[in-house]
Design a protein around this ligand. Structure first.
Ligand code: TXA
Ligand code: MG
Length: 337
């Protein structure tokens, strides 16, 4: 199949909207990462998402709406806390898991009775939902297990030839996927996947916020995941990733003692001066690290890295999301020195 490369003009978005309405797939920019979109209410269209990504059928998709007021069309018993959170964070990088109704087919929710609802702030995604008149199911537009795409070119690489079109909306502003939360009761939210909306930000609206254990810990065998996505190895390039926690001096020594033919280091901007081994940098603060991480993981494949030592980011604020993606990319291999 030929994959159209569309720009984000109204004319081209009308083409993309028609593709969604006719049950086919489009790569779409959002403020977090690029999504692989289809009509969430069309079972055959949603099946194509799972096929194109090679995604396990029990891993549910997020449904994207133009406005949170539409959530009542696809869910039931929305808690008051969800409205309060929507007031503060929608549109934006927050996904709320809510009880779904029959308008969301089981294939979309990975067989669950709940559905993740998100109202994206990116104007292109927003316009496409409006023009298509459909709820848009969209996982990240990467091949399952690979780092999420943060540019239209990344989507073309993973999905070119397999989907009808990609809309180019430039580089993703945030660079990591949305914060996914479940609402436990009228004052408590549980973070299932950390993102740009941090625990501290959620605490402005909720009196209690639980960080799910699976965010930083490997599931024990037999343990069920609150979010099925947490069961799978994720965000992983071909290279073997090792996270190293410690001061720059100790990190540098460790890399020197463990060099292989094609070792790279992924370090902070401020570490680069005089660093004696091959490296890429991924920013100086958590927001920059979030924006750059997935792009750098892809670049490490492009340069043929076989082993990558990563300076572990601070797990505070947005850094928790960066840390979570890296620890998964590393298969939970963390060296503390
Ligand atoms: O920022 C984002 O969220 C991007 C953009 C495209 O919107 N989408 C995204 O989708 O990251 P995906 O499918 O790659 O990740 C969705 C995550 C998975 O870990 C999935 O298991 C979890 O959200 N999830 C979705 N629906 C859920 C549900 N009903 N209950 C628990 N977890 C759910
Ligand atoms: Mg994903």
């Amino acid at each position: 199949m030929e994959t159209l490369f569309l720009d984000s003009s109204e004319k081209q978005l009308e083409i993309a909207a028609e593709i969604i309405r006719s049950g086919r797939l489009v790569g779409i920019p959002t403020e977090t990462v690029y999504g692989l979109g289809a009509d969430a209410s069309n079972e055959a269209a949603v099946a194509k998402i799972f096929e194109a990504k090679g995604r396990p059928a029990d891993n549910p998709l997020i449904v994207h709406l133009a406005d949170f007021s539409q959530a009542a069309d696809y869910t039931h018993d929305i808690p008051q806390l969800a409205y309060a959170l929507a007031e503060r964070f929608c549109p934006g990088p927050l996904t709320m898991v809510l009880p779904k109704n029959e308008r969301i087919p089981k294939i979309t929710s990975g067989g669950l009775d709940t559905v993740g609802i998100r109202v994206p702030s990116h104007p292109v995604m927003h316009r496409l939902i409006e023009l298509s008149g459909r709820p848009i199911a969209a996982p990240s537009a990467n091949i399952s297990g690979y780092p999420s795409p943060t540019s239209a070119q990344h989507v073309m690489r993973d999905m070119g030839g397999k989907i009808a079109a990609v809309v180019d909306g430039g580089q993703s502003e945030i660079g990591l996927e949305s914060t996914v939360i479940a609402i436990e009761n009228e004052n408590t939210a549980r973070i299932l996947r950390p993102g740009y909306v941090t625990r501290e930000m959620l605490l402005e609206v909720c009196s209690k916020v639980i960080v799910d254990r699976a965010i930083l810990n490997e599931l024990e065998s037999g343990e069920t995941a609150a979010s099925p996505g947490m069961k799978y190895k994720h965000y992983s390039p071909r290279a073997d990733i090792v996270m190293v926690e410690g001061e720059l001096r100790a990190f540098t020594d460790y890399v020197g003692e463990n060099l292989t033919d094609n070792t790279y280091s992924l370090i902070f901007d401020g570490d680069a001066q005089g660093f004696p081994y091959r490296y890429l940098t991924y920013g100086a603060d958590s927001a920059a690290q979030a924006r750059l991480l997935f792009q750098r993981l892809r670049e490490l494949d492009d340069v043929g890295a076989d082993k990558v030592f990563v300076r572990a980011p601070s797990p505070e604020g947005v850094g928790l999301a960066v840390y979570n993606r890296l620890i998964r990319a590393a298969g939970f291999e963390v060296i503390r020195i």
